[in-house]
Design a protein around this ligand. Structure first.
Ligand code: UDP
Ligand code: MG
Length: 173
């Protein structure tokens, strides 16, 4: 049975995962958990979003390269995107984290996603193919950063109604 309850976790298929054509492979692997997908979209990552997502690493020497990496800058315009997903189910945070594997792809279990597909670049950035939230606090912060309530199927966190001033939006012509 698909899991309808439980906690939610953010997964990003990073630009190297997209470039290596691993999207289908990763989705198949994650589908074996029976967790349900409650949000999914392709995102062109702004510098602001990248810096907010990785705020805990802002003092690290690799931070500038990390920001370029998550934006896909090293790979060319067609790879400047990530596939963002929210999975929900009991134990989704630790389970998907375990399937992702350790941060350093050389230390990750060889059958984990990062262990199987990750690499360390000559600049020292861990290109590890996938992001997975590491704690309930991180998951909530990250999901709220990447998704609006309207992009999530079902309820995750409390919401409020706000009226926005008139603004221009794009519609199909
Ligand atoms: N990272 C890196 N070198 C490090 C630590 C982290 O290149 O020494 C990169 C790597 O891509 C990692 C991301 O920064 O996935 C976020 O780091 P974090 O410590 O949050 O690891 P994660 O939660 O992704 O396992
Ligand atoms: Mg982390």
């Amino acid at each position: 049975m698909p899991q309808q309850t439980g906690e939610a976790t953010l997964v990003l298929i990073k630009p190297d995962g997209i470039k290596k054509s691993l999207t289908g492979n990763i989705l198949t692997k994650l589908s074996e958990t029976r967790f349900i997908i409650v949000g999914a979209k392709v995102v062109r990552v702004t510098t602001k979003l990248a810096e907010a997502h990785y705020q805990h690493l802002k003092d690290k020497p690799f931070f500038p390269d990390l920001i370029k990496y998550i934006q896909g800058k090293p790979y060319g315009p067609q790879y400047e995107r990530v596939f963002a997903l929210v999975y929900k189910g009991p134990g989704a945070i630790p389970k998907i984290r375990e399937m992702a594997g350790a941060t350093n792809p050389e230390e990750a279990d060889s059958v984990s996603i990062r262990g199987a597909y990750g690499r360390i670049t000559t600049k020292g950035v861990f290109e590890n193919v996938i992001h997975a939230s590491s704690s309930p606090e991180d998951a909530e912060r990250e999901i709220k950063l990447w998704f609006s309530p309207e992009e999530i199927v079902g309820d995750l966190y409390p919401t409020k109604k706000v009226t926005l001033p008139a603004r221009e939006v794009l519609e199909w012509a």
